[in-house]
Design a protein. Structure first.
Length: 281
């Protein structure tokens, strides 16, 4: 039996497969993967900041309005807790992160001073609670509520703690049982004191001038007997003066400095907060 002749295979009937080297394929895969990542103009990866850290609040947007923040408004965000300042009153809150896209804030304790910009303080406290969406940039952080209101922040510069000595401290509030009360308007800004390098203390109790000698042991400050002028001081100024005289004479006080704020607290919870004078003052 004669087999039929086979048709010759011509080159044009063959499919040509290009061989892609393994190294080139890996490079292609990496390029595609990097296409979805943040990149800087020079090709390096752009690493967004972690929400955890210190942030200076710039403004709030709510109800179609923008409220600009006092310079003291800030958030110190931790892994599960936030400490901050609404602009005048300090506060704490619990924080529960959902990945890096959202955080749920549960308000905790806060001071209750009457402040100059209560509109901003009230709005900030209202917005900074519940579930907030996180929008991050290289040096910015924006928290957004469900209704679209926002808290805009920028990276806070490092703040050096003011020294206990050589600083003029102005008493801003009185503490009692964990509650802070701002000084009455008639007494605001009048009670001031300075601790010299040799621990000699001088200043004003709000009406009368005084002097004393202090001792410092770690974070504890003890004021010796006060010598003061003897003017009769009545009303709110006199009440503040009597409170400060009792506090300074009550024994060892725990001293804590955060930035430009000094807190002196007695074992019974009574105390004061004072602000360091700026260079302009």
């Amino acid at each position: 039996m004669v087999e039929p002749a086979r048709r010759p295979v011509r080159p044009r009937d063959m499919r040509t497969f290009r061989h892609v080297p393994a190294a080139a394929g890996l490079a292609l895969a990496l390029a595609l993967a990097l296409a979805g990542c943040g990149r800087t103009e020079d090709g390096r990866s752009a690493r967004l900041p972690d929400p955890v850290g210190s942030w200076a609040v710039e403004s709030l947007t709510t109800g179609g309005r923008t409220l600009h923040a006092p310079e003291t408004a800030h958030l110190d965000i931790g892994r599960d807790q936030v400490k901050g300042n609404y602009g005048c009153n300090g506060f704490t809150a619990a924080a529960a992160f959902t990945g890096s896209s959202a955080v749920t804030v549960t308000p905790g304790a806060s001071t209750a001073m009457a402040c100059a910009d209560m509109e901003f303080e009230t709005a900030f406290a209202k917005l900074f609670q519940g579930k907030l969406a996180i929008d991050r940039g290289p040096d910015r952080l924006t928290l957004k509520t469900a209704d679209g209101s926002t808290i805009a922040m920028t990276s806070a510069p490092a703040v050096t703690d003011a020294p206990l000595t050589t600083t003029e401290w102005t008493v801003e509030s009185l503490l009692s049982g964990g509650t802070a009360a701002s000084l009455p308007p008639a007494a605001a800004g009048k009670a001031r004191f300075t601790i010299a390098p040799d621990l000699a203390v001088s200043g004003s109790l709000g009406c009368n001038r005084f002097s004393a000698k202090a001792t410092v042991d770690g974070s504890t400050v003890t004021f010796g007997p006060l010598t003061s002028t003897r003017m009769a001081c009545e009303g709110p100024v006199g009440e503040v003066e009597r409170t400060l005289t009792e506090l300074f004479g009550s024994g060892p006080l725990h001293a804590k400095i955060e930035g430009r704020t000094l807190t002196l607290t007695a074992p019974d919870g009574k105390g004061l907060t004072a602000k360091a004078a700026s260079a302009a003052e």
